[in-house]
Design a protein around this ligand. Structure first.
Ligand code: SF4
Length: 214
């Protein structure tokens, strides 16, 4: 698949925790350099399959049922930047932590941009249909263990070299698995975030000041 030509700098700065800050020339130069280096090594790959709903293999918990309500099919997808992005970040972590943090943020932006390109391809392949946003294992009450089901159904290890470890973390790390619902009828805009999450009162992420991404 084609690479994004530029990475979204505003988004990268947001990941770095600095939305609204004025960047110094030095910081701009570091981001430019990391962007160049990252874009020269990443090799995005993806897989998509369309499944008819209900698809019991991927239905676990209340949040995904709500998310896919009204959809008659769903697109399961996985995408990765490839192993070189992880390698670049790991090398920088040993010698230059500031560079590692910038590379990590830019790689997060890059995989999101790759996923948006996939969204556009799915929309183009299904003209006149309505697509929900992507919902990933680990969002809300959707078990992270479902990574295994996604990877197996998508034949991801063999087709794009994407696997997981015992903690269900994807390898390479800068990768995504997700499902988006498809419907021939307009679907109400899905709400996202803690307010509509089944786990809002018991969430371990929130207890630690973090967020699952939903
Ligand atoms: S961070 Fe928010 S959306 Fe995610 S699991 Fe926790 S309560 Fe739900």
């Amino acid at each position: 698949m084609t690479l994004p030509e530029k990475l979204d700098r505003g988004e990268a700065i947001r990941y770095l925790g600095g939305a609204g800050i004025e960047l110094t020339d030095e910081m701009n130069a570091l981001i430019d350099d990391c962007e160049r280096e990252l874009l020269s090594v990443i090799a995005p790959k993806y897989r998509c399959i369309t499944v008819a709903l209900p698809c019991e293999e991927i239905m676990r918990g209340e949040d995904i049922r709500r998310h896919l309500e009204g959809c008659d099919r769903a697109v399961m997808l996985c995408a990765t930047l490839g192993a070189q992005a992880d390698r670049l970040i790991r090398i920088a972590q040993v010698s230059d932590m500031a560079r590692a943090v910038v590379l990590d943020s830019l790689a997060s932006v890059a995989i999101e941009q790759v996923c948006r390109m996939i969204d556009e391809m799915i929309a183009a392949e299904n003209p006149g249909e309505y697509l929900t946003f992507r919902f990933s294992p680990g969002y809300g009450d959707y078990p992270i263990e479902l990574q295994k089901t996604f990877l197996t159904m998508l034949d991801a290890p063999r087709r794009i070299g994407l696997s997981m470890n015992e903690s269900c973390l994807l390898i390479p790390a800068k990768s995504v698995t997700a499902v988006a619902g498809l419907s021939k009828e307009p679907i109400p805009k899905r709400k996202r975030g803690c307010a509509v999450c089944s786990l809002k009162n018991t969430c371990r992420y929130r207890r630690n000041g973090e967020h699952c991404g939903f």
